[in-house]
Ligand binder design. Sequence first.
Ligand code: URA
Length: 210
Amino acid sequence: MTDHLTVVDHPLVQHKLTIMRKKTTSTSEFRQLLKEITQLLAYEITRELPLTTTTIDTPMEEMDAPILAGKKMALVSILRAGNGMLDGVLELVPSARVGFVGLYRDEVTLEPVQYYFKVPQQISDRMVIAVDPMLATGNSSVAAVELLKQAGATDIRFLCLLASPEGVARMKEAHPDVPIVTASLDRQLNEKGYILPGLGDAGDRMFGTQ
Ligand code: URA
C-alpha cells in the first residue's frame, strides 16, 4: 500500500455511513452497519495480500488457480470500540489471530492510558490490521501502533470508520509507514476531541451506553 490515507468512496460505504451518522439510528442498526462497512473497508485494506497458485480440477478441466499465499494476519482491536469491527473482518479472514490493546482516553488531557495489551505470537511475521472506528486526536492510535511495534510488528495497517485531519496528520508524523484506510475524512475535531460532523461516541452508540 503506497498511499498513507485511503478514503473508500464506494457508494455502499457512503450510504451506510450516512445512516450510522444519524442520531436516530438504533444501537442494533449501528452495530450491523459498522460490521458491513468494516467488511467493505477490509476488502480495500487486504487488496495487496500475496497470492500463489494451486492446481485444481474444475468440472471442465485442470487449472492453476489463485489462492492466498498464507501471509498470516493479526487483527488488533483497540478497545473498546475496535471490537465493533472485529467480526466483520473475521468473517472474511477466519484464520486471522486476534489481539487487543486497551487504552482509555483521559477526558481532561485527552492522552491515552494503557490498561491491557495482548497480541498473537510471531507478530513480526504477520500483517497486522489495527482497528478502531474513530481516528480522532490520534493520541490512542499513535500509542497503540507504538505498542505493536515494540511487540515486533513491522507490517501494520490502520482501519477506521472516520478520520479527522488532525488524527491523520498525527499518525503520519509518528508512523508514516502505517497506511490508513477509512470511510471518511471528516472536517475537524471539537474542543473535546470529538470528530465533526462525526457520529458521536462510537463505543456508546454500538454498546448502548452513555
Ligand atoms: N471517539 C469517538 O467515539 N467519537 C469521536 O468523535 C471521537 C473519539
